[in-house]
Design a protein around this ligand. Structure first.
Ligand SMILES: NC(=O)C1=CN([C@@H]2O[C@H](COP(=O)(O)OP(=O)(O)OC[C@H]3O[C@@H](n4cnc5c(N)ncnc54)[C@H](O)[C@@H]3O)[C@@H](O)[C@H]2O)[C@@H](O)CC1
Ligand SMILES: [K+]
Length: 218
């Protein structure tokens, strides 16, 4: 698997979209790989709490939530940043609401979230992916503090939230993942000494982007 910057990844996704693989399908594939991974653990995940932000990383998390639920896993979703802001992410949130998956707002229902998390085998970090830069706000650090506490396994989608993909800069309060699933390509932070401890084990996954869409890297 190659290593690409965030802007190169955007170009690769654009190439894929132009070659016929929609952004919607890439999100579906990313979320499906995350669900497959958790169901393939020994023992398979039976209960999961998915922490979701407002961008496309959250969309991957909603897809994972839907597919985990379909496979019989008990799933709860926690919105950490209010309602999602991208079209694909909004559509995927509607789908999980239609399935009756409980959706909590972290700020308004912190006690309920903490209780759900206590009973969960695994947490999914879909707060921020490659779109993150700078530092976690104080209010978001309360979220990541709850997420990091308790010693349960955490699967970070693409990046642990609070880690900047290009530089590996780690914000105070960043998520400490057990595994980080790298979608399509590695990002620099997956390989940098300062961010590796937050990524845990890197799990590279194919999200269906054809090889020729990576030709910008040749
Ligand atoms: N449909 C698509 O475009 C696909 C996107 N993918 C996923 O989408 C991710 C990238 O999604 P996005 O570009 O929407 O971004 P993210 O979902 O990573 O970030 C969401 C939002 O966080 C905001 N943000 C950044 N730094 C912040 C800070 N310090 N404090 C508060 N807010 C901050 C950004 O402005 C952005 O609106 C990838 O990592 C990957 O998981 C993949 O599923 C492949 C397909
Ligand atoms: K993430």
């Amino acid at each position: 698997m190659k290593t690409v910057t965030v802007s190169q990844m955007k170009q690769i996704e654009k190439n894929a979209a132009e070659s016929g693989l929609s952004y919607t399908q890439m999100m579906e594939n990313a979320g499906a790989r995350a669900a497959d991974f958790l169901l393939a653990q020994t023992p398979p995940a039976r209960s999961a709490v998915v922490f979701a932000g407002k961008g496309n990383n959250a969309g991957d998390g909603f897809v994972a939530a839907r597919l985990l639920k379909k496979a019989g896993c008990e799933v709860t979703v926690v919105l950490t940043d209010g309602l999602p802001q991208t079209a694909d992410t909004c559509r995927n949130l509607e789908k999980i609401q239609a399935m009756g998956i409980p959706v909590f707002d972290f700020l308004e229902e912190t006690a309920a979230v903490t209780a759900q998390l206590k009973n969960a085998c695994v947490a999914v970090d879909a707060i921020y992916g490659t779109g993150f830069h700078g530092a976690l706000r104080q209010s978001m650090r309360l979220v990541t503090e709850v997420l990091n506490a308790g010693g349960r396994s955490i699967l970070a989608l693409d990046m642990p939230s609070g880690v900047s993909a290009d530089t590996g800069e780690v914000s105070p309060g960043a998520v400490r993942a057990t595994w980080t699933m790298a979608f399509d390509s590695l990002k620099p932070a997956h390989l940098l000494e300062k961010s590796i401890p937050f990524c845990g084990e890197i799990v590279p996954v194919d999200i269906g982007i054809p090889a020729e869409c990576h030709e910008i890297l040749e």
